[in-house]
Design a protein around this ligand. Structure first.
Ligand SMILES: [Zn+2]
Length: 293
């Protein structure tokens, strides 16, 4: 009995060791494979394989890689616009309602906001009866069941800022002052572009911006979402900074600073000051990383 038991024990130990060695070898092989594949995969021309949801999320999170992604990987879907509901909402031939993302046009239906009618007319003129391309960010639909999408006038060839400016209707609305950029989680992969577009229209006082620096819309989402809405955040301006507060900048610098003794400023001989609005109008558009960290 004793002898037999000992044999079994030795056999069991051998088996455990073997499994252990095999599992180490396997997992190291697996990890090496992942390391090599991870980034390269996303820039490889896409074949017939569908991009998994996980991979799509990964792509969306890697901002710098976005512009290099081939359109076949971002799943642009074609649709025909049969009705324009208002400036930022359309209906497709399929019956689906599409709400444009990353922006709000002033309301023109249930409630009236300044410049809402103009925005609605512009969207009608540009999209009614047209074939468009649709891409999504993260969310499929909103709380009202509307598809949350970027609407493209031409099939996008990539997702660079340049492409958004030229062909994305959501971006065009913001750039021309028909809409205000609006970041709402989780669809924020391209929000930095939209904040930039917003600021450009704001500085030129285009469209809705001619009515004042707060814009004219609070959007069509209910009050629960209002807490997420902030004009400064929308313009890429730190929340605590009022537009008439004092800022500091250098003649050639692109940043504005909250503190006169900011170490970045100490390198400059000339330090100028002015309100935040003045700073932005003079081309000092970026909040200093040190002052606003
Ligand atoms: Zn600073």
């Amino acid at each position: 009995m004793m002898k037999r038991r000992k044999k079994i024990n030795i056999f069991t130990i051998k088996t455990i060791i073997l499994i252990y060695i095999l599992s180490i070898t396997f997992s190291s092989l697996f990890l090496t494979g992942c390391d090599n594949g991870n980034l390269k995969n996303s820039s490889k021309p896409h074949t017939k394989n569908k991009v998994t949801e996980e991979k799509q999320t990964q792509i969306n999170l890697q901002q710098t890689d976005i512009s290099e992604i081939n359109v076949s990987e971002i799943e642009a879907v074609q649709g025909v616009v049969t009705r324009v509901v208002d400036g930022d909402t359309i209906e497709l031939k399929s019956g689906q309602v599409v709400r444009f993302i990353n922006m709000n046009t002033p309301e023109s239906t249930n409630k009236i906001e300044k410049y809402g009618k103009e925005a609605s007319q512009f969207t009608k003129r540009m999209l009614n009866g047209k074939t468009v391309w649709l891409t999504k960010d993260i969310s499929e639909t909103d709380q009202y069941g509307r598809l949350l999408r970027f609407v493209w006038l031409k099939k996008p060839t990539n997702l660079s800022e340049k492409e958004f400016r030229a062909n994305c209707f959501n971006a065009i609305l913001v750039l021309r002052g028909y809409a205000m950029s609006y970041s709402y989680k989780p669809d924020i992969s391209y929000s930095n572009y939209f904040r930039k577009f917003d600021r450009e229209a704001f500085e030129k006082k285009l469209g809705l911006w001619q009515f004042g620096e707060n814009g004219t819309t609070k959007g069509d989402y209910s009050s629960e979402n209002k807490a997420n809405y902030d004009i400064n955040t929308n313009l890429g301006i730190p929340k605590e900074q009022a537009l008439d507060s004092t800022t500091y900048f250098t003649p050639s610098g692109k940043s504005y600073h909250k503190f006169k003794n900011c170490p970045t400023l100490s390198r400059s001989k000339t330090i100028l000051s002015g309100t935040l609005t003045e700073a932005i109008n003079k081309g000092h558009q970026d909040p200093c990383d040190f002052c606003y960290k």
